[in-house]
Design a protein around this ligand. Sequence first.
Ligand code: NAP
Length: 334
Amino acid sequence: MTLPHRRAGGLSLPVVSLGLWQNFGESTPFADQRRLVLHAVDRGVVHLDLANNYGPPPFAAEESVGRMLSTDLPRDELVITTKAGYRAWPGPYGEHGSRKYLLASLDESLRRLRTDRVDVFYSHRFDPDTPLEETLGALQSAVRSGKAIYAGISSYSADRTVAALAVARAIGLPLAVHQPAYSMMNRWVERPGTDGRSLLDVAAGAGMAVVAFSPLGQGLLSSRYLHGIPDDSRAARGGPLRPEWLTDEVLDHVRALAGIAGAAGRTLPQLALAWVLRDPRVTSVLVGARTTDQLDENLTAATAPPLDDDELAAIEPHAVEAGINLWGSRSSDL
Ligand code: NAP
């Protein structure tokens, strides 16, 4: 089966992609992980997004996908991405954006993934203590060595992306893709930087793909939290969706959005994904899914009719910042 694709930055990506941040670690049996990934690929989700620290714990998701690549997965049909930037091992060269860390981490990722190259290697976060020339030079080495086909950046603010693009241009490195958080509850990518352009403007102006992560606000943009915190939810598991973010005010907006979705015959996740995809500058929404049912529901957004003007107008007052931007200090704050 195929899904609609959008093209940008030299990449052709399905409009819905699968991320392996939270549900591919030690607490999920490998058989369940494998079933979900094979189901996704079978449904046309040929873009699998990883990072050195995904699982949890770190490295677990890459180990799992490596096992699948060695037996089940059609490597060359897939876009496999990974990143380095967060803590992977102790010491100053175990996180951030130094050449030593990025290139060592990429080698380790390739070993775990049991593949010779990834399709995109990302700088996972801006590093204020390492010159951009060094970070982007490491990405360039990764591409020149053939260990990565494309280079990307994640959660760099609009201003930092402008700066990164200037450095990349100077050293002859195409920056193919930006991966920012974007959802109805986290709209920092729309806010202007100091030159008046938002991250979406900057990325589109440079021809970069935009892969929007956490488009469901980590599950907040579903009906799951409308009547308390379900035991099997990310918020209950002590994951990165913090229970204190689920305030009455936020849940009132989620309830209103669920009502707008229901009136249009959509579910809230479908509405939330269609809303991010309403902007043609977004190349793909990067969903997390814990079950095949969740994934199947999210995939309906790939072929659903676009939101009409009445729906967009009704959504607008409720598509508000909900204080759920874990990545703010690297993105929207600067
Ligand atoms: P998300 O799609 O916003 O949230 C996924 C969670 O929402 C699932 O684990 C599940 O939570 C719930 N969910 C998903 N589909 C649902 C449905 N149809 N109905 C009800 N609940 C549903 O995305 P995310 O997991 O936060 O992030 C997606 C990917 O983005 C990650 O895997 C990673 O690849 C990438 N990412 C990148 C960065 C970065 O810094 N670059 C940061 C974060 C994420 P429950 O487990 O509670 O059911």
